[in-house]
Design a protein around this ligand. Structure first.
Ligand SMILES: NC(=O)c1ccc[n+]([C@@H]2O[C@H](COP(=O)([O-])OP(=O)(O)OC[C@H]3O[C@@H](n4cnc5c(N)ncnc54)[C@H](O)[C@@H]3O)[C@@H](O)[C@H]2O)c1
Length: 351
């Protein structure tokens, strides 16, 4: 087991390669009540806990984004109230990023903040959503518009969960791993090089090292800039265009797939502006394609995409900004690049 420390609104560890059940029993020993939040689709895989005097409650929520709603949250508040949840009780989220986002926000909002534990079960959850303390739900006006910064007391990463994950979800999570490689860790790119999705899935060792390294990148960044004043923005590499694609595809694509398209776009844009070499642009495309991730997008007209990028919450006022790299591990901010360059990069992405 490897512990990666995060120093944010609280100090906590992300424990990679643990037996989540054994670890959770330890963490809950002193608690009177523990609420386990999970998605309905995973109910057959959630174990029953029985430890000492601790009382365990189980709350299934709708799968995926449907669970991250104000209605479901309101039901969960009533349910915690009926169970008599106090400030010293514990909330546990077991699931993909949707469940840990929800469980974290439930914990942030109940009694102005109770402790919670994240047990991510997807690659995206392990390397991204469960680490960093951003919690939240969706509103009718967009994804993740309601939320709070509220770190868990512990993140337990048990790779056994990944056995049942679909190839599509596994690959989508790897898009965030590739992102961590380009912004901070050459070794991630070396590990992925010349490997297909099947090669990675079949090697527990490679999978764990990729997870560990990506968590370490995120832990380092959020420990330096918890509330995203500047440094944390580098985690948005590929996300400005990616969020626009996510919105225009009406969330039919996975978040990671949109990030993959967004990284391909930023590679074309950066090459067009002479910020990176053609070789580094090619490395983006080849790495993503080898994992079965999308690097072509022609689902919208350019003016719609431009407008959607300007709506992105990472844009400030009317300015459009991107995270770019000049070489692997060297990030910088690009503000308001000329529109002809933006459009030309889109034309290359369509080919
Ligand atoms: N808080 C953050 O910093 C942050 C960062 C990135 C993403 N997110 C959020 O995370 C969510 C996306 O996360 P996701 O990609 O994990 O999607 P998800 O939580 O919707 O899970 C994807 C699907 O996989 C299923 N699943 C989960 N674990 C499984 C397993 N072990 N085996 C088989 N199936 C399993 C789920 O039931 C679901 O159908 C979004 O809501 C996004 O906004 C949050």
């Amino acid at each position: 087991m490897k512990r990666i420390h995060v120093s944010a609104d609280r100090e906590y560890d992300v424990c990679v390669d643990v037996d989540f059940k054994a670890e959770l029993v330890e963490l809950t020993k002193e608690r009177t009540r523990v609420a386990i939040i999970f998605s309905e689709s995973m109910k057959d895989r959630i174990p029953t806990f029985d430890s000492g005097d601790t009382e365990f409650f189980y709350l299934p929520i709708p799968d995926g984004e449907a669970g991250k709603s104000a209605n479901v949250l309101s039901q969960a508040w009533n349910w915690l109230g009926a169970a008599g949840f106090t400030r010293t009780d514990l909330i546990v989220g077991i699931g993909g990023g949707a469940v840990t986002d929800f469980a974290g926000y439930l914990a942030a909002s109940w009694l102005r903040g109770v402790d919670w534990v994240a047990i991510p079960t997807t690659v995206a959850g392990m390397v991204d959503a469960a680490v960093g303390g951003k919690t939240g739900i969706n509103s009718d006006y967009g994804k993740n518009l309601i939320g709070a910064f509220h770190s868990p007391i512990s993140v337990l990463i048990d790779p056994k969960w990944l056995d049942a994950l679909s190839d599509r979800d596994f690959a989508a999570g790897l898009a965030e791993v590739v992102k961590c490689g380009f912004i901070r860790d050459q070794k991630i790119l070396d590990l992925i090089k010349s490997k297909s999705l099947a090669d990675i899935r079949s090697s527990r060792e490679v999978t764990l090292e990729l997870i560990e390294r990506s968590v370490a990148v995120k832990a380092l960044v959020v420990s330096g800039d918890f509330k995203e004043s500047f440094d944390r923005e580098i985690l948005n590499y590929g996300h400005t265009f990616g969020h626009a694609v996510e919105l225009l595809s009406k969330y039919s694509l996975r978040h990671g797939e949109c990030v993959s398209i967004g990284m391909a776009y930023i590679a074309y844009l950066s090459e067009g502006l002479d910020l990176i070499t053609p070789e580094l642009r090619a490395l983006h495309i080849e790495t993503l394609v080898a994992l079965g991730l999308p690097v072509i997008y022609k689902g919208a007209e350019w003016p719609e995409l431009l407008a959607a990028m300007k709506l992105d919450k990472k844009s400030r006022g009317n300015s459009l900004r991107f995270v770019v790299i000049s070489e692997v591990g060297k990030t910088q901010r690009l503000e308001n690049p000329i529109e002809s360059a933006l459009h030309a990069a889109y034309e290359r992405l369509c080919q």
